[in-house]
Design a protein around this ligand. Structure first.
Ligand SMILES: Nc1ncnc2c1ncn2[C@@H]1O[C@H](COP(=O)(O)OP(=O)(O)OP(=O)(O)O)[C@@H](O)[C@H]1O
Length: 369
Protein backbone atom coordinates (compact mmCIF):
# COMPACT_ATOMS: atom_id res chain seq x y z
CA UNK A 1 0.00 0.00 0.00
CA UNK A 2 1.41 3.40 -0.92
CA UNK A 3 1.75 5.87 1.93
CA UNK A 4 2.09 8.84 -0.41
CA UNK A 5 -1.56 9.54 -0.97
CA UNK A 6 -2.65 13.07 -1.61
CA UNK A 7 -6.14 14.38 -0.94
CA UNK A 8 -6.42 14.92 -4.72
CA UNK A 9 -5.84 11.25 -5.30
CA UNK A 10 -8.53 10.45 -2.79
CA UNK A 11 -10.84 12.82 -4.58
CA UNK A 12 -10.69 10.69 -7.74
CA UNK A 13 -14.23 9.39 -7.33
CA UNK A 14 -16.22 8.62 -10.43
CA UNK A 15 -19.43 10.09 -11.83
CA UNK A 16 -22.60 10.04 -9.79
CA UNK A 17 -25.45 7.89 -11.04
CA UNK A 18 -23.29 4.84 -11.71
CA UNK A 19 -23.56 3.20 -8.29
CA UNK A 20 -26.68 1.17 -9.09
CA UNK A 21 -29.83 1.44 -7.02
CA UNK A 22 -30.78 -1.16 -4.42
CA UNK A 23 -34.22 -2.01 -3.15
CA UNK A 24 -33.67 -0.81 0.38
CA UNK A 25 -34.67 -3.31 3.01
CA UNK A 26 -35.86 -2.79 6.56
CA UNK A 27 -33.88 -4.66 9.20
CA UNK A 28 -34.96 -5.26 12.78
CA UNK A 29 -33.12 -6.81 15.72
CA UNK A 30 -35.55 -7.77 18.44
CA UNK A 31 -34.17 -8.67 21.90
CA UNK A 32 -31.16 -10.44 20.39
CA UNK A 33 -28.93 -12.35 22.80
CA UNK A 34 -25.45 -13.55 21.88
CA UNK A 35 -23.28 -15.37 24.41
CA UNK A 36 -19.63 -16.02 23.67
CA UNK A 37 -17.21 -17.73 26.04
CA UNK A 38 -19.87 -17.61 28.78
CA UNK A 39 -20.36 -13.83 28.46
CA UNK A 40 -23.39 -11.92 27.22
CA UNK A 41 -21.94 -10.04 24.25
CA UNK A 42 -25.37 -8.89 23.02
CA UNK A 43 -27.99 -8.53 25.72
CA UNK A 44 -31.57 -8.09 24.46
CA UNK A 45 -30.16 -5.94 21.66
CA UNK A 46 -33.04 -4.16 19.94
CA UNK A 47 -32.76 -1.89 16.88
CA UNK A 48 -35.00 -1.22 13.89
CA UNK A 49 -33.81 0.50 10.71
CA UNK A 50 -36.30 1.81 8.18
CA UNK A 51 -35.50 1.25 4.48
CA UNK A 52 -32.82 3.64 3.24
CA UNK A 53 -31.80 4.80 6.70
CA UNK A 54 -28.14 5.21 7.71
CA UNK A 55 -27.47 4.36 11.36
CA UNK A 56 -24.07 4.65 12.98
CA UNK A 57 -23.32 2.17 15.71
CA UNK A 58 -21.03 3.85 18.17
CA UNK A 59 -19.48 2.36 21.26
CA UNK A 60 -16.35 1.55 23.16
CA UNK A 61 -14.11 -1.33 22.21
CA UNK A 62 -15.75 -4.59 23.21
CA UNK A 63 -19.28 -3.15 23.43
CA UNK A 64 -20.49 -5.61 20.75
CA UNK A 65 -20.55 -3.48 17.57
CA UNK A 66 -18.92 -6.01 15.26
CA UNK A 67 -21.07 -8.76 16.73
CA UNK A 68 -24.20 -6.88 15.62
CA UNK A 69 -22.87 -6.88 12.05
CA UNK A 70 -21.91 -10.54 12.20
CA UNK A 71 -25.41 -11.40 13.44
CA UNK A 72 -27.05 -9.42 10.63
CA UNK A 73 -24.75 -10.99 8.04
CA UNK A 74 -25.65 -14.48 9.22
CA UNK A 75 -22.17 -15.50 10.36
CA UNK A 76 -22.93 -15.32 14.09
CA UNK A 77 -25.68 -17.54 15.57
CA UNK A 78 -27.92 -16.03 18.25
CA UNK A 79 -29.14 -17.59 21.47
CA UNK A 80 -32.23 -15.44 21.95
CA UNK A 81 -34.49 -13.03 20.10
CA UNK A 82 -35.02 -12.64 16.38
CA UNK A 83 -33.62 -10.71 13.39
CA UNK A 84 -35.92 -9.81 10.52
CA UNK A 85 -35.10 -8.44 7.09
CA UNK A 86 -38.19 -7.02 5.38
CA UNK A 87 -40.31 -8.72 8.04
CA UNK A 88 -38.87 -12.14 7.25
CA UNK A 89 -37.08 -13.97 10.07
CA UNK A 90 -33.43 -14.50 9.10
CA UNK A 91 -32.03 -15.32 12.56
CA UNK A 92 -33.47 -16.89 15.68
CA UNK A 93 -32.15 -19.56 18.02
CA UNK A 94 -33.57 -22.15 15.59
CA UNK A 95 -33.30 -20.37 12.22
CA UNK A 96 -30.20 -19.06 10.46
CA UNK A 97 -30.67 -18.05 6.85
CA UNK A 98 -27.27 -18.39 5.10
CA UNK A 99 -25.30 -15.17 4.44
CA UNK A 100 -25.74 -15.29 0.65
CA UNK A 101 -29.54 -15.40 0.96
CA UNK A 102 -29.85 -12.24 3.05
CA UNK A 103 -29.15 -9.50 0.52
CA UNK A 104 -26.58 -7.94 2.83
CA UNK A 105 -23.28 -6.39 1.81
CA UNK A 106 -20.57 -6.39 4.46
CA UNK A 107 -17.40 -4.33 4.21
CA UNK A 108 -14.70 -5.28 6.67
CA UNK A 109 -12.32 -3.01 8.52
CA UNK A 110 -9.27 -4.42 6.69
CA UNK A 111 -11.23 -4.44 3.37
CA UNK A 112 -10.56 -8.22 2.99
CA UNK A 113 -9.68 -7.90 -0.69
CA UNK A 114 -8.54 -10.99 -2.58
CA UNK A 115 -4.83 -10.35 -3.24
CA UNK A 116 -4.56 -12.80 -6.15
CA UNK A 117 -7.58 -11.47 -8.02
CA UNK A 118 -7.54 -8.40 -10.23
CA UNK A 119 -9.55 -5.34 -9.29
CA UNK A 120 -12.32 -6.39 -11.69
CA UNK A 121 -12.36 -9.98 -10.41
CA UNK A 122 -12.51 -8.78 -6.82
CA UNK A 123 -15.85 -7.20 -7.74
CA UNK A 124 -17.26 -9.87 -10.09
CA UNK A 125 -16.50 -12.54 -7.45
CA UNK A 126 -19.64 -11.57 -5.55
CA UNK A 127 -21.76 -11.43 -8.71
CA UNK A 128 -21.48 -15.05 -9.84
CA UNK A 129 -25.23 -15.52 -9.90
CA UNK A 130 -25.55 -12.97 -12.68
CA UNK A 131 -23.59 -14.79 -15.36
CA UNK A 132 -20.26 -13.57 -16.69
CA UNK A 133 -21.30 -10.76 -19.00
CA UNK A 134 -23.90 -9.17 -16.68
CA UNK A 135 -21.46 -9.50 -13.77
CA UNK A 136 -18.74 -7.64 -15.67
CA UNK A 137 -21.17 -4.87 -16.69
CA UNK A 138 -22.39 -4.41 -13.12
CA UNK A 139 -18.85 -4.58 -11.68
CA UNK A 140 -17.63 -1.95 -14.15
CA UNK A 141 -20.48 0.38 -13.18
CA UNK A 142 -19.52 0.07 -9.50
CA UNK A 143 -15.83 0.59 -10.28
CA UNK A 144 -16.71 3.64 -12.33
CA UNK A 145 -18.66 5.11 -9.44
CA UNK A 146 -15.63 4.86 -7.16
CA UNK A 147 -13.27 6.14 -9.85
CA UNK A 148 -11.35 2.90 -10.43
CA UNK A 149 -12.58 2.03 -13.92
CA UNK A 150 -9.10 2.43 -15.40
CA UNK A 151 -7.53 0.13 -12.77
CA UNK A 152 -9.56 -3.01 -13.43
CA UNK A 153 -6.58 -5.13 -14.46
CA UNK A 154 -4.40 -4.08 -11.52
CA UNK A 155 -4.11 -6.07 -8.29
CA UNK A 156 -5.03 -4.77 -4.82
CA UNK A 157 -1.39 -4.32 -3.72
CA UNK A 158 -0.92 -1.85 -6.60
CA UNK A 159 -3.57 0.46 -5.11
CA UNK A 160 -3.12 3.13 -2.44
CA UNK A 161 -4.94 2.82 0.88
CA UNK A 162 -7.72 5.15 -0.25
CA UNK A 163 -8.10 3.25 -3.52
CA UNK A 164 -8.28 -0.07 -1.69
CA UNK A 165 -11.08 1.37 0.42
CA UNK A 166 -12.89 2.41 -2.76
CA UNK A 167 -12.43 -1.05 -4.27
CA UNK A 168 -13.87 -2.62 -1.12
CA UNK A 169 -16.82 -0.24 -1.37
CA UNK A 170 -17.35 -1.08 -5.06
CA UNK A 171 -17.35 -4.76 -4.19
CA UNK A 172 -19.90 -4.17 -1.45
CA UNK A 173 -22.34 -2.12 -3.55
CA UNK A 174 -22.03 -4.06 -6.83
CA UNK A 175 -24.53 -6.83 -5.93
CA UNK A 176 -27.01 -4.05 -5.00
CA UNK A 177 -27.69 -5.34 -1.50
CA UNK A 178 -30.76 -4.08 0.36
CA UNK A 179 -28.66 -3.63 3.51
CA UNK A 180 -25.03 -2.53 3.67
CA UNK A 181 -22.87 -2.85 6.74
CA UNK A 182 -19.52 -1.17 7.09
CA UNK A 183 -17.19 -2.09 9.96
CA UNK A 184 -14.95 0.86 10.81
CA UNK A 185 -14.58 1.65 7.10
CA UNK A 186 -12.13 4.53 7.50
CA UNK A 187 -10.00 3.41 10.42
CA UNK A 188 -7.04 2.35 8.31
CA UNK A 189 -6.89 5.65 6.41
CA UNK A 190 -4.80 8.57 7.58
CA UNK A 191 -6.50 11.71 8.83
CA UNK A 192 -5.89 13.70 5.62
CA UNK A 193 -7.66 11.13 3.50
CA UNK A 194 -10.42 10.24 5.86
CA UNK A 195 -12.47 13.37 5.37
CA UNK A 196 -12.84 13.21 1.60
CA UNK A 197 -13.26 9.43 1.56
CA UNK A 198 -15.93 9.69 4.24
CA UNK A 199 -17.94 12.28 2.33
CA UNK A 200 -17.81 10.39 -0.94
CA UNK A 201 -18.57 7.05 0.67
CA UNK A 202 -21.71 8.56 2.16
CA UNK A 203 -22.65 10.00 -1.26
CA UNK A 204 -22.27 6.53 -2.82
CA UNK A 205 -24.36 4.94 -0.06
CA UNK A 206 -27.11 7.53 -0.47
CA UNK A 207 -27.08 6.94 -4.20
CA UNK A 208 -27.47 3.18 -3.82
CA UNK A 209 -30.38 3.86 -1.46
CA UNK A 210 -29.39 0.85 0.66
CA UNK A 211 -30.21 0.71 4.36
CA UNK A 212 -26.84 1.08 6.07
CA UNK A 213 -25.24 0.33 9.43
CA UNK A 214 -21.81 1.89 9.93
CA UNK A 215 -19.74 0.79 12.91
CA UNK A 216 -17.37 3.35 14.31
CA UNK A 217 -15.85 4.36 17.61
CA UNK A 218 -15.36 7.93 16.42
CA UNK A 219 -18.21 10.20 17.62
CA UNK A 220 -17.43 12.89 15.05
CA UNK A 221 -17.68 10.33 12.27
CA UNK A 222 -21.01 9.07 13.61
CA UNK A 223 -22.38 12.61 13.76
CA UNK A 224 -21.33 13.29 10.17
CA UNK A 225 -22.62 10.07 8.65
CA UNK A 226 -25.66 8.81 10.49
CA UNK A 227 -29.32 9.76 10.16
CA UNK A 228 -29.36 8.35 13.66
CA UNK A 229 -26.68 7.27 16.10
CA UNK A 230 -27.06 4.20 18.27
CA UNK A 231 -24.80 4.23 21.29
CA UNK A 232 -23.95 0.68 22.29
CA UNK A 233 -22.85 -0.23 25.79
CA UNK A 234 -22.26 -3.77 27.06
CA UNK A 235 -24.31 -5.30 24.27
CA UNK A 236 -27.32 -3.01 24.68
CA UNK A 237 -28.40 0.27 23.16
CA UNK A 238 -27.76 2.97 25.76
CA UNK A 239 -29.25 5.70 23.54
CA UNK A 240 -30.47 6.10 19.97
CA UNK A 241 -31.39 9.38 18.34
CA UNK A 242 -30.31 11.98 15.80
CA UNK A 243 -26.82 13.43 16.22
CA UNK A 244 -28.19 16.77 17.40
CA UNK A 245 -30.54 15.24 19.95
CA UNK A 246 -27.94 12.89 21.34
CA UNK A 247 -25.35 15.68 21.56
CA UNK A 248 -27.75 18.09 23.27
CA UNK A 249 -29.45 15.54 25.52
CA UNK A 250 -27.06 12.67 26.25
CA UNK A 251 -28.80 10.05 28.35
CA UNK A 252 -26.14 10.00 31.06
CA UNK A 253 -22.68 11.22 31.94
CA UNK A 254 -20.96 8.37 30.13
CA UNK A 255 -22.85 9.16 26.93
CA UNK A 256 -21.91 12.83 27.27
CA UNK A 257 -18.24 11.93 27.79
CA UNK A 258 -18.33 10.01 24.54
CA UNK A 259 -19.17 13.05 22.45
CA UNK A 260 -16.75 15.66 23.77
CA UNK A 261 -14.26 16.32 26.51
CA UNK A 262 -15.95 17.66 29.65
CA UNK A 263 -15.00 19.66 32.71
CA UNK A 264 -16.91 17.96 35.50
CA UNK A 265 -17.90 19.60 38.78
CA UNK A 266 -19.35 17.45 41.56
CA UNK A 267 -21.77 19.35 43.71
CA UNK A 268 -25.15 19.22 45.45
CA UNK A 269 -28.59 20.55 44.64
CA UNK A 270 -30.21 23.24 46.74
CA UNK A 271 -33.34 25.26 46.00
CA UNK A 272 -33.64 23.74 42.51
CA UNK A 273 -30.11 24.68 41.52
CA UNK A 274 -26.80 22.84 41.31
CA UNK A 275 -24.50 25.22 43.12
CA UNK A 276 -21.05 25.67 41.55
CA UNK A 277 -18.24 28.18 42.01
CA UNK A 278 -19.14 29.40 38.49
CA UNK A 279 -22.73 30.09 39.47
CA UNK A 280 -26.00 28.21 39.94
CA UNK A 281 -27.36 25.85 37.28
CA UNK A 282 -31.10 25.06 37.30
CA UNK A 283 -31.90 21.34 37.64
CA UNK A 284 -35.23 19.69 37.08
CA UNK A 285 -34.72 16.05 38.12
CA UNK A 286 -32.60 15.56 41.24
CA UNK A 287 -33.96 16.94 44.51
CA UNK A 288 -32.56 18.93 47.39
CA UNK A 289 -29.23 17.71 48.80
CA UNK A 290 -28.69 15.20 46.00
CA UNK A 291 -25.23 14.83 44.55
CA UNK A 292 -24.92 15.80 40.88
CA UNK A 293 -22.23 16.28 38.27
CA UNK A 294 -22.30 19.54 36.34
CA UNK A 295 -20.61 18.93 33.00
CA UNK A 296 -19.19 21.76 30.91
CA UNK A 297 -18.24 21.28 27.30
CA UNK A 298 -15.25 23.28 26.07
CA UNK A 299 -17.50 25.25 23.70
CA UNK A 300 -20.68 27.09 24.68
CA UNK A 301 -20.86 26.44 28.42
CA UNK A 302 -18.73 29.42 29.44
CA UNK A 303 -17.95 32.84 27.96
CA UNK A 304 -14.51 34.15 28.78
CA UNK A 305 -13.68 37.87 28.79
CA UNK A 306 -10.82 40.09 29.87
CA UNK A 307 -13.13 42.40 31.80
CA UNK A 308 -15.87 41.69 34.35
CA UNK A 309 -18.58 40.99 35.16
CA UNK A 310 -18.14 37.29 35.70
CA UNK A 311 -16.41 34.84 38.00
CA UNK A 312 -12.67 35.53 38.17
CA UNK A 313 -10.26 32.90 36.89
CA UNK A 314 -6.66 32.70 35.78
CA UNK A 315 -5.28 31.18 32.59
CA UNK A 316 -2.82 28.46 33.53
CA UNK A 317 -2.42 26.74 30.18
CA UNK A 318 -2.98 27.33 26.49
CA UNK A 319 -2.80 25.09 23.42
CA UNK A 320 -3.03 26.37 19.90
CA UNK A 321 -5.39 24.48 17.59
CA UNK A 322 -5.28 26.57 14.36
CA UNK A 323 -7.65 29.52 14.71
CA UNK A 324 -8.94 28.40 18.08
CA UNK A 325 -7.16 28.03 21.38
CA UNK A 326 -7.80 25.56 24.15
CA UNK A 327 -7.36 27.23 27.51
CA UNK A 328 -7.04 25.80 30.98
CA UNK A 329 -8.55 28.17 33.50
CA UNK A 330 -8.08 27.90 37.25
CA UNK A 331 -11.12 29.00 39.23
CA UNK A 332 -11.15 29.43 43.00
CA UNK A 333 -13.10 26.61 44.67
CA UNK A 334 -12.48 24.05 41.89
CA UNK A 335 -9.85 21.32 42.22
CA UNK A 336 -9.27 20.97 38.51
CA UNK A 337 -8.90 23.64 35.81
CA UNK A 338 -11.78 24.22 33.40
CA UNK A 339 -11.18 23.57 29.68
CA UNK A 340 -12.43 26.29 27.33
CA UNK A 341 -12.12 26.36 23.55
CA UNK A 342 -12.31 29.80 22.07
CA UNK A 343 -11.25 31.79 19.01
CA UNK A 344 -7.57 32.74 19.23
CA UNK A 345 -6.89 35.96 21.12
CA UNK A 346 -3.27 37.07 21.42
CA UNK A 347 -4.06 38.92 24.65
CA UNK A 348 -5.18 35.82 26.51
CA UNK A 349 -2.00 34.17 27.70
CA UNK A 350 -1.05 32.02 30.68
CA UNK A 351 -0.96 34.11 33.87
CA UNK A 352 -3.71 36.44 32.64
CA UNK A 353 -6.78 37.07 34.79
CA UNK A 354 -10.11 36.50 33.02
CA UNK A 355 -13.82 36.54 33.85
CA UNK A 356 -16.15 33.65 33.19
CA UNK A 357 -19.90 33.73 32.61
CA UNK A 358 -21.92 30.54 32.65
CA UNK A 359 -24.55 29.79 29.98
CA UNK A 360 -26.88 27.52 31.96
CA UNK A 361 -28.69 26.43 28.76
CA UNK A 362 -25.49 24.82 27.50
CA UNK A 363 -24.56 23.06 30.70
CA UNK A 364 -25.38 19.39 31.34
CA UNK A 365 -26.34 18.10 34.78
CA UNK A 366 -26.45 14.40 35.70
CA UNK A 367 -27.02 12.49 38.91
CA UNK A 368 -23.62 11.56 40.42
CA UNK A 369 -22.74 7.84 40.15
N1 LIG B 1 -15.28 -15.86 19.84
C1 LIG B 1 -15.36 -15.17 20.98
N2 LIG B 1 -15.28 -15.77 22.18
C2 LIG B 1 -15.40 -15.07 23.33
N3 LIG B 1 -15.60 -13.73 23.37
C3 LIG B 1 -15.70 -13.09 22.20
C4 LIG B 1 -15.59 -13.75 20.94
N4 LIG B 1 -15.71 -12.83 19.96
C5 LIG B 1 -15.90 -11.64 20.58
N5 LIG B 1 -15.88 -11.78 21.92
C6 LIG B 1 -16.06 -10.73 22.92
O1 LIG B 1 -17.28 -10.09 22.66
C7 LIG B 1 -17.19 -8.69 22.99
C8 LIG B 1 -17.72 -7.84 21.85
O2 LIG B 1 -16.87 -8.00 20.71
P1 LIG B 1 -17.06 -7.11 19.41
O3 LIG B 1 -15.97 -7.48 18.47
O4 LIG B 1 -18.47 -7.22 18.93
O5 LIG B 1 -16.83 -5.65 20.02
P2 LIG B 1 -16.63 -4.26 19.26
O6 LIG B 1 -17.53 -3.30 19.96
O7 LIG B 1 -16.80 -4.44 17.81
O8 LIG B 1 -15.13 -3.95 19.64
P3 LIG B 1 -13.97 -3.18 18.79
O9 LIG B 1 -14.38 -1.74 18.73
O10 LIG B 1 -12.76 -3.41 19.64
O11 LIG B 1 -13.90 -3.85 17.45
C9 LIG B 1 -15.74 -8.45 23.35
O12 LIG B 1 -15.62 -8.36 24.73
C10 LIG B 1 -15.03 -9.65 22.81
O13 LIG B 1 -13.90 -9.94 23.61
Amino acid sequence: MSDNITPDEAAGWGPRGTAGVSFAAGIAFDAVDVRLGGRAVLDKFTLTLTPGEVVCLLGESGSGKSTVLRVAAGIQPIQGGVVRINNEVVSSPTIQVPPDRRGIGLMFQDFALFPHLSVLHNVTFGLKRLGRSAAVTQARAALKRVGLEDRENDYPHMLSGGQQQRLALARTIAPRPGVIMLDEPFSSLDARLRESVRGETLAVLRETNATTIIVTHDPEEAMLLGDRIALLRKGRIAQIDTATAIYNRPVDLNAARFFSPLSEIETRVSDGFAQTPLGPVPVSGPGRGEKVVVALRPVGALDMALEGPGVPGRIIGKRDAIGVDIYEVKVSGLDRPIGIRQRSNAEILPGRDVFLTLNPDHVLVFPAD
